[in-house]
Design a protein. Structure first.
Length: 90
């Protein structure tokens, strides 16, 4: 099991707990499981090619994912996955 931590507005929109335990071996599988349980959430999280949308930052075990490794990134048992809104400014 891993724990997915979602932003409050996203959790509210899809009726998902903010901290959601689920079984997944890769980040791509995690998105698929989420989308299976909560239809439409996968589209909100990812682009057509499976990469996370640019307005999101995703961290696995404290390390920010890079675009090239999004879907294939393995998830260790007990991993925390944080989905956060990207912050920008000027």
């Amino acid at each position: 099991m891993i724990t997915v931590h979602l932003p409050g507005d996203l959790a509210d929109k899809f009726g998902v707990p903010r901290h959601l335990p689920l079984a997944a071996d890769t980040v791509g599988e995690m998105v698929s499981v989420l989308d299976e349980r909560y239809p439409g959430i996968g589209h909100w999280l990812t682009e057509v090619d499976g990469s996370f949308r640019r307005h999101l930052s995703v961290f696995v075990a404290g390390r920010r994912l890079e675009d090239s490794e999004d879907a294939k990134r393995p998830l260790d048992e007990g991993a925390d996955v944080w989905v956060m809104r990207a912050v920008s400014g000027g």
